[in-house]
Ligand binder design. Sequence first.
Ligand code: HEC
Length: 131
Amino acid sequence: MKNHLSSLLALLIPLLLSACSDQVSFSGDVMPILKNNCSKCHTRDGEGVAKSGFSVADYDHVMKGTNLGPMVVAGHSEISSLFQLISHQADPQIQMPPHHPEALPEGRALALEFEQIETIKDWIDQGAKNN
Ligand code: HEC
């Protein structure tokens, strides 16, 4: 009986853990958020690209960051500028998307929803993979 129980647990525990860890997919989860909320300013000759060099056209562009360097530190959302800018930690004037009255005069957009911010946070913390 004891043996049965432990082999059952040995089977179940990895299953439970994998169900909990909720792997975020770049193409399936992150890209749709960037497309809907950032791409009008951050692809091709959009004003965000023109001013900062940051494009969300694809994974390689997101990882390349701005003209000054990367915005994503794989595994560390807490020191990733991308996360700071979308999660209300940055100065209102530079939060992304620009949505505060003090924000960029060029345009207004809606702040991301809590779940969207969490999705991007989890993606960075899980290694910012191209998955
Ligand atoms: C309405 C247009 C607009 C939208 C929408 C927008 N941005 Fe921006 N973004 C800008 C502009 C303009 C700048 C340049 C700011 C500056 O340097 O003056 C910028 C700069 C940035 C930068 C570089 C900041 C730096 O320190 O150099 C990042 C990263 C960024 N945006 C991410 C995002 C993300 C992520 C989204 C979507 C969640 C987003 N932006 C949505 C206009 C936009």
